[in-house]
Design a protein around this ligand. Sequence first.
Ligand code: SF4
Length: 468
Amino acid sequence: MDTHTTTDHLTKENEQGRRSCILCIGPAGENLVRISAVMNDKNRAYGRSGPGAVFGSKNLKAIRVIGNIKIQIKDKEQYQSGLDQALYLLKAVPATKRLFRELGTSGLIELINIINMLPHKNFQDTLHADEDVDKVSGETLAKTVLRRAGACSGCMIACQRHTQIGNKKGEGPEYETDVMMGPNCGIYNLESITRANYLCNELGMDTISFGGTIACAMELYEKGIISKEETGGTKLCFGNSDALEQMVELAAFRRGIGDKLAEGSFRLASCFKHPEFSMAIKKLEIPAYDPRASYTQALGYMTSPTGACHLRGGYAVSLAFFGGPKEIPRFSMLQSPIAIRNMQNLGILQDSLGVCRFTGFAFSTDPWSRIVSGITGLHFSTAKLEKIANRVATLERLFNLHAGVKWEDDSLPERFSREPILVAGKERLIPRDIIDKMRSDYYGVRGWDSQGKPEPGLLKDLDIKEKL
Ligand code: SF4
């Protein structure tokens, strides 16, 4: 069953008439596709690093949750003060107050293009014709395929896009999906991107990794490395939106070339002996912000514990453009390591609390300190939350070191050091010496040694008994 049928089936079986929430995988997860997602209530994706395949490998198809007990709040006054502060700040920042509700996350496309950060053709450059970008922008989405905005439970930001093409209804595309399956594949056809997005949701596939893998395959095809025989006769070239749509199903069911696409871009390109065309870090495809346009974003991708992920590595683009008083220059080598450590720690806190990353556009730790302290009746100061985040980051690093990750893996694909892009009329790339310097400064900020191993003193401070 696909994810929609599974969700409907389990919802119908909910005999007590209570609202249930469903997490499930689709055929992609069942077929152990390495870029498969776990889908939540049909269209929200836990997508990066192949969690769908993890479910599939354990024969776990779905989890249904039915709850009817309200959370008891221990200290209502403290809880309310944190909540009031959070709501005030969410209403004060344009992105959380208006932009995401009106235009969804695709409302970022025009902005990211203006700052020369929007990837094109497997990150070969960031050059797009303005009229092409308009075709896939949040503004165009709002005027064409959008039915209505929506929100996760209780959220005032309301970034969800409920869309429709013909009789087919679904959700998306979000910014990442729109760009990775669109301009990064040389495609500016919003309807086609939306249909491919619907199919990824139904079959349970990560749209970022799928878009990055198709872009890689398109470059391999155009360079004559993948042949027409390999693709079953399909012209897998940049701009071919029919091929994009066709490949979703092939990958999810591992049919034909789809069996290789299902392995993600790194294994795909390696199998054709050209791993350099995979735009991935630790074998995870890079999301839709070109790292050459921001040192801070580049360092976030390099040091994300799960591979190139803007959410785990630090959503640095938000610091450079929506940071308000926290704003830092995007080519600051001095500030990037501390900024990334702070962004990553905030992300760890948000993930540990189970709250949305987009709250970070408006505020960081303080409201959460009051809210969590109010709910639990325990004292979670901002310093204590910071220490918890440092413990998590350190434990993740220890896990990765045990799993064989080396300092060399905290790096970028060669393309970003060799092929410059134009940023504000100036050629920009990330030379190796800057990569090395930022990495080593970041290790220093984290309390790790030159090989990226947490220092004994840090482990003691964080009460971690683990030995390397
Ligand atoms: S919780 Fe996050 S993803 Fe969900 S609607 Fe709100 S801002 Fe969007």
